[in-house]
Write a protein that binds this ligand. Structure first.
Ligand code: GLU
Length: 406
């Protein structure tokens, strides 16, 4: 199996072979500043006590407080969280927000949990981490299987423990609990701005056919945004099923279907296909919006999209990157394509600290300015270095982090 942190280091080496960096910087940036592991006892509804393992990896804070989500997933472990924390440091530098990189997680499948069980797990994570996080130290957020409600429980727990009820310790909260307008859709929205800015350079037609892997925080909103803009979403999947309709899926009906059945499977007017087949569709744009290591050495030859835009973190391994690059299939990398989420998270943090409330229009204007500017800068850098977009994004991010560390 691909170790995500080894993949992240391989990406680092490939990018830093193109331009010269201070050797001491390169030595340091391979290592997280701090890795925290906790045990979280949770009373289940049936009276049993279960103990889960929780993590926070604080990778680099040269540019600002550590920033990054918390993932609840059965396959999450410290290596995965370390890779994700590293990518967060780069991502925040790519969009030039004043944040470092961190990530958290719990090894757990929360799908069968009741709300009460989720709440006790969320509060338990924050109780164990209250002394390592904080508005000026480390600011978590949602990630895979974590929601605004979970952020609210965590913020509340932090307030009870420390007395700081500003909410600035965690982002992605519900609007009523200090969340920002636009945060819920920001990851996909940021990816959409990048897509629009780079579409012609990527050789894509005005109206694209799109396949999306994942129908959660990022994938579902992406399906809505692309279809509302007149593109044709032909295939989607979630952790339970995948469906295809070459004529295009009715996304609003699909969102309703998913809300009532909890899966995209069995949706009327679409054919159910093998889960991984969603990646192999003939289409203009493939959007992996689920987990890492989905496109790898063994299946990359089956990719038939013209462009890959990564809303997930780490969906493409370095070997698969090489294959796609050789075949002329551009990959818009995660640290650019999905950086809209953390950007609006940072707006939320700023609003909490300043006790302000920005309108959705203001949030998206600011987001668009950042995404457009950085997407163009990365595309230019790739041309200048005669390399792919991922290496170009890494170079820009690493230069910014190096400058801050100096
Ligand atoms: N979990 C998201 C990511 O991977 C958002 C992180 C944040 O908002 O801090 O970028």
């Amino acid at each position: 199996m691909n170790n995500p942190f080894e993949n992240a280091l391989a990406q680092l080496e490939r990018a830093t072979s193109l331009v010269s960096f201070d050797p001491d910087f390169l030595r340091v940036i391979r290592h997280p500043n701090r890795q925290v592991r906790i045990s979280i006892p949770v009373k289940m509804d049936d009276g049993r006590l279960e103990v889960f393992e929780g993590y926070r990896v604080q990778f680099n804070n040269a540019r600002g407080p550590y920033k990054g989500g918390i993932r609840f997933h059965q396959d999450t472990d410290i290596e995965e969280v370390k890779a994700l924390a590293f990518w967060m440091a780069l991502k925040c530098a790519v969009v030039n927000i004043p944040m470092g990189g961190g990530k958290g997680g719990v090894t757990v499948d929360p799908k069968p949990f009741t709300d009460g069980e989720k709440e006790r797990l969320a509060r338990g994570w924050m109780r164990g981490m209250a002394d390592v996080v904080g508005p000026q130290k480390d600011v978590p957020a949602p990630d895979v299987n974590t929601t605004p409600q979970i952020m609210e429980w965590m913020a509340d727990e932090y307030g009870k423990i420390t007395g700081d009820t500003s909410g600035a310790v965690i982002t992605g909260k519900p609007i009523e609990a200090g969340g920002s307008q636009g945060r819920g859709t920001a990851t996909a929205q940021g990816g959409f701005y990048v897509f629009e800015t780079l579409r012609e350079k990527l050789g894509l037609p005005e109206k694209c056919t799109v396949a999306i892997q994942g129908f959660g925080n990022a994938g579902q909103v992406a399906a809505q945004l692309w279809s509302q803009a007149g593109h044709k979403v032909i295939a989607v999947s979630d952790s339970r099923a995948a469906i295809v309709n070459p004529e295009g899926l009715d996304i609003e009906a699909l969102v309703a279907h998913k809300a009532s059945t909890r899966s995209v499977g069995g949706f009327d007017g679409a054919q159910t296909i093998d889960s991984m087949e969603v990646l192999y569709q003939i289409c203009d744009l493939l959007i992996p919006a689920a987990l890492e290591n989905q496109i790898h050495e063994e299946n990359v030859e089956k990719i038939q999209a013209k462009v890959v835009l990564e809303l997930a973190n780490g969906p493409t391994t370095p070997k698969a990157d090489d294959n796609l690059f050789a075949r002329g299939i551009p990959v818009v990398p995660d640290i650019l394509a999905n950086a809209g989420g953390v950007t609006v998270s940072t707006f939320e943090w700023e609003q909490n600290i300043k006790k302000e409330n920005w309108s959705e229009e203001e949030v998206f204007d600011k987001l668009k300015t950042i995404m457009d500017r950085e997407a163009l800068a990365i595309a230019d850098k790739a041309v200048q270095l005669n390399t792919d977009l991922r290496r170009a994004a890494f170079v820009i991010a690493l230069e910014r982090i190096q400058t801050a560390m100096e």
